[in-house]
Design a protein around this ligand. Structure first.
Ligand SMILES: Cc1cc2nc3c(=O)[nH]c(=O)nc-3n(C[C@H](O)[C@H](O)[C@H](O)COP(=O)(O)O)c2cc1C
Length: 385
């Protein structure tokens, strides 16, 4: 089962695990896979703390770091400095009113005054505010921090990574991966000198395009050969992994399957919802980030798609508008407030339908590998007969 990607990145199994949770990242790397920490929501200082912890926890096993640098950000020229206050002024009154009335309808407590402080944080200068990590400048600072640690991969989503990021990673001998939702993305990544392409299909959790993994992977494998391709979207078990490898991928890049592991810090109400959900219970919605992202259906997504909705704003205005409201919903849901429990949701892919038990990350990985080996062996036996 060792493929070129295992030698390139130094892990035993060609399974990469994207997670915002350092415990998941470390557990997967320790178990023979490759954990990738999602860093977009962190400040450089927070990232430094997380990576110090991971370095201790992985005992020399390989891991990577992922950021998001959208190619297009409304209200910002490419490469422009993040100016949260100016962006905030672009949020229409109609949208603020819609959000307030939605929160009121579901009984979410009005602001306790800490909004002001939070708003300051959201709109403050690069790499301190929430949306700042989305700018090229914020993300490059995160990668600079990451490169002072023994990371083995830098990954980027929502566009080709900035040239500065690729240069810095290559200077440190660290390969760069980038997510692609269609062939054109992958070709742009190759032109930018990205080393590994993650072909991520429609069924994936988080930001995702419109082409299914089954169609996308071979198309990208052929387009970027001999560059290695990882398949992503809809992979949570060995049979899916075997299919991805048959499509020409050198390994798999997974996200949703880790959200219900023992180690995952997924909101407890959301974790319960995930465990009960079917594969029909997700949709692509712009209601959290402003770009289409697959997430669990909830009263929140229904309201933003409903007849009274003014429609989500583009990125980064939508996250600026809703970030604090989502914090308040999460807090209230954790305390059991019924309206908040109806609203609360999170990014997850269609494989949520098969996530029906909480297991340690190590067990998830090893069961995936065992099933992969079983199915590949059975197929080979069938062919010999
Ligand atoms: C909760 C969640 C958050 C995500 N956030 C990011 C992110 O910040 N950066 C990124 O490159 N991909 C992100 N993704 C996408 C994953 O990297 C991965 O491509 C995807 O989860 C694979 O499909 P799957 O969910 O079917 O396993 C996210 C996915 C999920 C489920």
């Amino acid at each position: 089962m060792r493929t070129g990607i295992c030698d390139q990145l130094g892990m035993e199994y060609p399974v990469l695990a994207f997670s915002h949770c350092r415990d998941v990242v470390a557990a997967v790397s320790r178990a023979g896979g490759f954990g990738v920490l999602g860093a977009t929501i962190l400040t450089p200082e927070q990232l430094e703390i997380e990576l110090r912890w991971i370095d201790e926890a992985v005992g020399g096993r390989p891991y990577g770091v992922d950021v998001l640098v959208p190619e297009k950000l409304t209200g910002m020229e490419k490469g422009a400095r993040f100016d949260g206050a100016a962006l905030a002024e672009m949020i229409p009154e109609e949208h603020r009113r819609f959000l307030d009335s939605l929160l009121q309808e579901y009984g979410i407590e009005p602001s306790d005054g800490s909004d002001a402080e939070h708003w300051d944080l959201l709109t403050s200068s690069p790499s301190e505010g929430m949306a700042a990590g989305l700018t090229g400048e914020g993300a490059v600072r995160l990668i600079e921090v990451a490169l002072t640690h023994p990371i083995r991969l830098v990954a980027n989503a929502l566009g080709a990574p900035p040239a500065e990021m690729i240069k810095a990673a290559h200077a440190a001998d660290v390969p760069v991966a980038a997510l692609a939702g269609k062939r054109g993305h992958a070709e742009r990544h190759v032109a930018a000198d990205v080393d590994i392409i993650v072909a991520q299909g429609y069924e994936a959790g988080g930001h995702t395009g419109e082409i299914a993994t089954m169609v996308l992977v071979p198309e990208i494998v052929d387009a970027v050969a001999p560059r290695p391709v990882l398949a992503a979207g809809g992979i949570a078990r060995g049979r899916q992994m075997a299919a991805a490898m048959a499509l020409g991928a050198q390994g798999v890049w997974t996200g949703s399957v880790w959200l219900t592991t023992q180690e995952a810090e997924t909101h407890p109400v959301v974790k319960e919802k995930f465990l009960r959900a079917t594969s029909s219970d997700t949709l692509r919605s712009r209601s959290i980030t402003g770009k289409p992202a697959r997430q669990l259906k909830s009263a929140w997504t229904e309201a933003w798609d409903g007849p009274d909705s003014p429609g989500p704003l583009p990125m980064p205005l939508q996250p600026l508008l809703v970030d604090y409201a989502l914090h308040r919903i999460n807090r209230a849901a954790a305390a059991g407030a019924p309206g908040a429990v109806q609203l609360v949701n999170y990014f997850v892919g269609q494989v949520v339908g098969s996530l029906d038990a909480v297991r340690p990350a190590r067990q998830v990985l090893h069961e995936m590998i065992e099933e992969y080996v079983d199915v590949v062996t059975a197929q080979a036996d069938g062919l010999r007969r």
